[in-house]
Design a protein around this ligand. Sequence first.
Ligand SMILES: [Zn+2]
Length: 92
Amino acid sequence: MKIWCKSCGHSETTNKDFWVKLIGVAAPIGGFWAWVTFFFAGTGLALPICIAMVVCGVGMLAYKDKVVKWITDKGYNCPKCGKKDWELLQDD
Ligand SMILES: [Zn+2]
């Protein structure tokens, strides 16, 4: 899964490191549920979305509007052009 800047075309991979950076607290040690709890507490998003974020699979696309809104609310600017015009894309 990637986020893509609609303004300049810059893209970033939304791996666990990306989410940890965005949430801004230390990453948990542990398995699947440790990460789900981490996202649930850190993002305030619904549990199915957090599970999708951990799995980082196609499931996340179903919630892309919510995830993009959260990234925008979090104030994550494009490192290239400084805008917050993100779109969630599947890896190709
Ligand atoms: Zn940009």
